[in-house]
Design a protein around this ligand. Structure first.
Ligand code: ZN
Length: 412
């Protein structure tokens, strides 16, 4: 193997940069971020790149193109982690890209574009509650108000950035709009079981799912649990239960529509006593799909179903949207180029949407965007210490990314 064993060793080495040993927790602008960045910058320089931290603490390496005026292709993923994370989420995409450049450099090969590898400082949003901070700065959608956000110790992002050696006044200069960036491609572990179940190492992402979140309020009538006969109750919780099951049933039936999924993650019943019929229930619904039309149709269908259920049980229902984001489409021509890179490894190609958010989702307004998914083991678990990746899959994913880069054709 050319790449796999070294990548696994590098991921093991990076796991030591944690605030929470033996668990892995690496938040934005922490000492661990600084140390992991120094490790990655060393790797980048050893691979023939110019590298350093930028004003926001992103780790940026550049492999110059064949000529000084060459356009730019960007790749990379995030260096930060959730609390008690796995070793490969984010970091794999950075390490795999560095391995590609190291191989090119060893052969003395330049590409017809400058290749920029970014280890985004923050994607997960653990410390300041704002996600995708690094990638949004590059896409020109960084919100300066985030600098005033505080962590749990009351430290503002502005202060943390200054302590890190960053530059709050230099953020606007990170904006890549108008800088001749012609593509962004991200390699990432799938964080789900689809490739594993299909027996495939690699997949091409079609779109990063859009999401709609609803807050649903069901209002019935409280009453004595011992005296109100069954059949004469206006129980908000039994009505809500039917609605929760309707979410599951609808999304199961329509699951092929852009990978539609629906989740009720929070539910609260009041007054909340063992001997009182529940009067007020609130719950959330999170609906995601790579297909915006399917997601909107699902939300409309669920609202109609909730109204039917409420009518049948003589309760009131309201369903208000409190968050909505459209899907981020991956460019069809770049999907085809990634598919060709997978085929070149002798593997079958599987297209799939990403239900999770990624740095790649902020790039489509800036440039054509693509994502390569790599199989993970253990039933696809991620954001968890049991997250796994094999050296064989790391090998083939890196070979595919390298093939993609060496055969890249600009698209519009
Ligand atoms: Zn990730």
């Amino acid at each position: 193997m050319r790449f796999g064993p070294a990548l696994m060793a590098q991921a093991d080495a990076l796991a030591r940069f944690t605030s929470d040993a033996p668990r892995i927790t690496r938040t934005y602008l922490s000492p661990e971020h600084k140390n992991a960045g120094a490790y990655l910058i060393d790797l980048m320089r050893g691979a023939g790149m110019e590298a350093g931290f930028d004003a926001l603490g992103n780790i940026v390496g550049c492999y110059a193109g064949a000529d000084a005026h060459a356009p730019v292709v960007m790749t990379g993923s995030h260096q930060d982690s959730v609390r008690n994370a796995g070793k490969y989420d984010g970091l794999f995409g950075i390490l795999s890209a560095i391995a590609c450049v190291k191989d090119l450099h060893a052969r003395g090969k330049r590409l017809p574009f400058a290749l920029e590898i970014v280890g985004f400082g923050d994607e997960e949003g653990v410390r300041f509650g704002a996600t995708l901070i690094g990638s949004k700065a590059m896409a020109g959608t960084f919100d300066p108000a985030w600098l005033d956000r505080t962590d749990t110790d009351g430290i503002t992002m502005r202060q943390a950035l200054a302590d890190f050696g960053g530059d709050p006044d230099g953020i606007a200069a990170l904006d890549r709009r108008g800088r001749n960036v012609i593509a962004f491609v991200e390699s990432h572990i799938e964080q789900g079981p689809v490739l594993l179940n299909d027996g495939l190492a690699l997949g091409v992402v079609t779109a990063i799912a859009g999401a709609t979140r609803l807050r649903v309020t069901v209002t019935g009538l409280a009453g004595h649990a011992g005296t109100v006969p069954m059949g004469q109750r206006r129980d908000a919780l039994t009505a809500a239960c039917e609605m929760v099951l309707a979410v599951e049933r609808h999304c199961e039936t329509h699951r092929t529509e852009g990978g539609l999924v629906g989740t009720v993650g929070m539910l609260e019943a009041r007054p909340g006593a063992a001997n009182v019929i529940p009067q007020d229930v609130t719950f959330t619904v999170d609906v995601r799909s790579g297909d915006d039309a399917a997601r909107r149709a699902a939300v409309a269908a669920l609202r109609a179903r909730f109204a039917d259920i409420a009518r049948g049980r003589d309760v009131d229902v309201g369903a208000e949207i409190f968050y909505a984001a459209d899907a981020a489409p991956c460019h069809p021509a770049l999907q085809a180029q990634l598919a060709a890179a997978i085929t070149a490894q002798g593997l079958a190609v599987r297209h799939l949407p990403s239900g999770a958010g990624h740095d790649a989702m902020v790039f489509p307004p800036l440039c054509p965007t693509a994502m390569l998914f790599v199989r993970c083991g253990n039933n696809g678990i991620s954001h968890h210490p049991d997250e796994t990746l094999t050296a064989e899959d790391a090998e083939v994913a890196t070979a595919a990314l390298l093939h993609f880069l060496e055969n890249f054709t600009p698209v519009h």
